[in-house]
Design a binder for this molecule. Structure first.
Ligand SMILES: NC(=O)c1ccc[n+]([C@@H]2O[C@H](COP(=O)([O-])OP(=O)(O)OC[C@H]3O[C@@H](n4cnc5c(N)ncnc54)[C@H](O)[C@@H]3O)[C@@H](O)[C@H]2O)c1
Length: 267
């Protein structure tokens, strides 16, 4: 009986040690913008489970609850109240992380918003809001964080586009322009930053069940589902798995690409 208990204890310790050794982001310092909920939260949890220390940057106070929830699972997760449209906040938060850890390995530009309207109904404010958060936010965060990555000659930048950036979509001229811009901007980052050991890639998620898509009318959700060959809507973790690959050291020869994760929608 004693021997069995000892064997099982030894087995558990052995499994734990193997898991720690195999962690894909061990000792990495990662920033996930828009990580308070949805896809960003799934990325934060997956990365932290792979050994990264994760900083969630979000303008929602629930980011603090998210960080507490993930920390209670034994993960290293912190929340910084940062808007990706605020250069001063971004620069202060990046500096604080670099001062504490001496490096920043991963930036996930995930924060995003929808301000959908068809062409003749879309206001200037709706256009500007989408471009400011989705496109300029990605630029501001990348410019600030890549400066620190360059110092250590290592970095993984992965930004969120959308299938709308690849194919366009009714009522999303602002979002399509922003997400299309992210793809071409990311290729430019890849060209400029490659010599510093930094890769830059994009994930283009398809329809994913989050707060963002909950706001879309049910009949439009049903029509979208009918166009997805695999026949279901993604869970945030389905998208997060792609981020993990592109953010990992193993993806060192992948840069400048957009990876659609959309159940076959953009075939
Ligand atoms: N859900 C989908 O079907 C889908 C499809 C394609 C692309 N995307 C993209 O994936 C990303 C995540 O989307 P989601 O579905 O999880 O959305 P979500 O609305 O659930 O989460 C977005 C997060 O971004 C944060 N955010 C918004 N503006 C911000 C700002 N100025 N500064 C900091 N944080 C800010 C929000 O507070 C929120 O926590 C977005 O870029 C979105 O465009 C989502």
């Amino acid at each position: 009986m004693k021997a069995t208990l000892c064997e099982s204890l030894f087995g558990n310790i052995f499994t734990f040690v193997i898991k720690c050794i195999k962690m894909r982001l061990k000792d990495n310092i990662a920033i996930v913008t828009g990580g308070a909920r949805g896809i960003g939260k799934a990325i934060a949890e997956l990365f932290a489970g792979e050994g990264a220390t994760v900083y969630i940057w979000d303008l929602l106070d629930i980011g603090s609850e998210t960080a507490k929830e993930l920390s209670s699972k034994g993960y290293q997760v912190e929340f910084n109240k940062v808007s990706v449209t605020d250069r001063t906040q971004i620069e202060a938060a990046s500096q604080a992380i670099f001062d504490k850890h001496g490096k920043i390995d991963i930036l996930i530009n995930n924060a995003g918003i929808l301000r959908d309207k068809s062409l003749f109904k879309m206001t200037d404010d709706e256009w500007d809001a989408s471009i400011d958060v989705n496109l300029k936010g990605t630029f501001l965060c990348t410019r600030a964080v890549a400066a620190y990555m360059r110092q250590n000659k290592y970095g993984r930048i992965v930004s969120a586009a959308s299938t709308t950036g690849l194919r366009g979509n009714f009522g999303q001229a602002n979002y399509a322009a922003a997400k299309g811009g992210i793809m071409s901007m990311s290729k430019t980052f890849a060209i400029e930053l490659g010599k510093h050991g930094i890769t830059s890639n994009v994930i283009a998620p398809g329809y994913t069940q989050t707060h963002m898509t909950d706001t879309i009318p049910k009949e439009i959700q049903q029509m979208a589902l009918m166009q997805i060959p695999v026949g279901f809507i993604a869970d945030p973790i389905d998208i997060a798995q792609g981020y993990l690959f592109l953010a990992s050291p193993e993806a060192r020869f992948v840069s400048g690409i957009t990876l659609p994760i959309d159940g076959g929608f953009t075939r």
